[in-house]
Design a binder for this molecule. Structure first.
Ligand SMILES: NC(=O)c1ccc[n+]([C@@H]2O[C@H](COP(=O)([O-])OP(=O)(O)OC[C@H]3O[C@@H](n4cnc5c(N)ncnc54)[C@H](O)[C@@H]3O)[C@@H](O)[C@H]2O)c1
Length: 437
């Protein structure tokens, strides 16, 4: 394939060398003349393991040329990978100056190109950039139509500096955000052979995934480092602790707890986080990330409350009360916090939770309810139909067959539903709203 690469920094230079190695004809474009001269001489513009030999080999093979002429590079190729820098502006926003400039130049060059073109944006960009800014800019400058005369897509780059050729050859996955098959086909030809999943999604999701991955990596590093600071203060070996933490691939290093849903609660996580923070305080250890978790959890409850109060409904039905399905434990349940707040606001609340009702009948949880939540205990009803029938808005806080059946059988089309548990599509009935989906 004939490929042009715009921006020959770490991402662009490594992609240029690897694509040429894989047999493609590649034109490198950069505004930095010094980088172009280095590449033309068979030298690498970035210090990366393996790049000295690889660049010398691919330039000698005749598979690589360089240019500062955008129209020439576009005219000679079918696909462009855009890898220019997107650094931080002083206020923390993303500086898209280079990206907008290159898109404008490519659009102008496209105006006179007789055949189509695929633009693959690889720079990390805030979600919405490709479809809201770059695509309209390309259309305006070229006078042509995306999806007809040319195609755009977004393919996040996952290589790490220091091991970039190895990462290029073995990425965690290939993600292509696309609006149609044409762009996907071109990328399959370039990257389909790599030993990883090739996943297609929307452009916005692909843009967002890149940020999520980097944020998650930052979160993991900070978690390990905050843990180490506390360990040191306690005279505990942080490597032994983190090594054991990582050995749990059931709950720790796994998909567990990574599905969006409602706030956490229960008898362990909140109290143990508080104890950790108190311990850190007594040892003069700063743990800002761990210290902000309960605040963030509370913000999730506040969001749900704002949605219920914002609906204007006065009669509320809550399905679920304990902190997770399959238990009657009400300690620090976020649904109890919500119920107390709604009662405090004078709303007319009824609650259905089969586990809690059963335990209060059996006496197991009765004392807790009588002592701590007598006002909520009186609102519990054994019949899901009664709670749904009473409500202008139904808050779904548990996923359980009895709740799903109740919704399917008793919910009217004009009743509002606030889903906190990510109900299956088939149960998203009434005037449905997800908490944040
Ligand atoms: N460095 C990484 O490990 C890495 C990994 C994944 C994603 N990314 C993302 O990829 C993008 C590129 O990162 P990088 O580290 O390679 O950047 P970089 O700063 O090393 O290189 C960017 C290059 O773009 C060139 N450039 C600027 N304006 C141009 C224009 N109008 N036309 C042509 N070239 C132009 C610059 O001269 C420079 O050589 C960024 O959005 C970054 O966030 C980087």
């Amino acid at each position: 394939m004939n490929i042009s690469i715009f921006g020959l920094g770490y991402v662009g230079a490594v992609s240029l060398a690897c694509l040429a190695r894989d047999g493609h004809q590649v034109v490198g474009v950069d505004i930095d003349r010094a980088k172009l001269d280095l590449i033309a001489a068979g030298k690498t513009p970035v210090v990366e393991e393996g790049m000295v030999d690889l660049m010398a080999a691919v330039v000698a093979s005749g598979k690589v040329t360089v240019s500062q002429n955008v129209a020439e590079a576009l005219g000679a190729t079918d696909v462009s990978l855009i890898c220019v820098g997107t650094p931080s502006a002083p206020n923390g926003s993303q500086d898209q100056g280079a990206l907008l400039r290159v898109a404008q130049e490519m659009g102008a060059a496209l105006r006179t190109k007789p055949n189509g073109h695929v633009f693959v944006f690889r720079s990390t960009v805030v979600p919405g950039t490709v479809e809201d800014m770059l695509l309209p800019l390309l259309e305006r400058e070229s006078g042509k139509k995306e999806g007809v005369d040319f195609h755009v897509c977004f393919q996040p780059e996952f290589l790490r500096e220091g091991s970039s050729i190895r990462d290029y050859d073995k990425p965690p996955f290939t993600i292509v955000g696309s609006r149609g098959e044409s762009a996907v086909a071109a990328l399959r030809a370039l990257f389909g052979h790599l030993p990883c999943e090739f996943r297609i999604t929307t452009i916005r999701a692909a843009e967002t995934v890149k940020y999520c991955c980097n944020n998650f990596h930052a979160l993991k590093i900070t978690f390990a480092n905050e843990t180490a600071r506390l360990c040191e203060a306690l005279g505990v070996d942080p490597f032994a602790v983190m090594d054991l933490v990582c050995q749990d691939t059931q709950l720790n290093i796994s998909r567990a707890y990574l599905k969006p849903g409602f706030a956490f609660g229960g008898s362990c996580l909140p109290k143990d986080l508080r104890a950790t923070m108190y311990l850190a305080k007594t040892r003069d250890v700063e743990l800002p990330m761990l210290g902000s978790i309960l605040q963030s959890n509370r913000a999730h409850i506040d969001l749900a409350l704002a949605k219920v109060l914002g609906s204007g409904a006065r009669r509320v039905g809550m399905l679920g009360l304990s902190f997770k399905p399959g238990t009657d434990d009400l300690r620090e349940s976020p649904l109890v916090t919500m119920a107390e707040h709604l009662i405090g606001k004078g709303l007319n609340l009824l609650v259905y939770d089969p586990e809690v009702h059963l335990s209060s009948l059996l006496g197991a949880n009765r004392r807790f309810i009588e002592q701590h939540l007598p006002h909520i205990g009186q609102l519990l009803r054994p019949d899901v139909a009664e709670v749904i029938g009473h409500a202008e808005i139904v808050i779904v806080g548990m996923q359980d067959q009895r709740v799903l059946d109740g919704l399917r059988q008793h919910l009217h089309r004009d009743q509002r539903v606030l889903d906190l548990v990510c109900l299956p599509e088939s149960a998203r009935l009434g005037r449905y709203e997800g908490l944040c989906w």
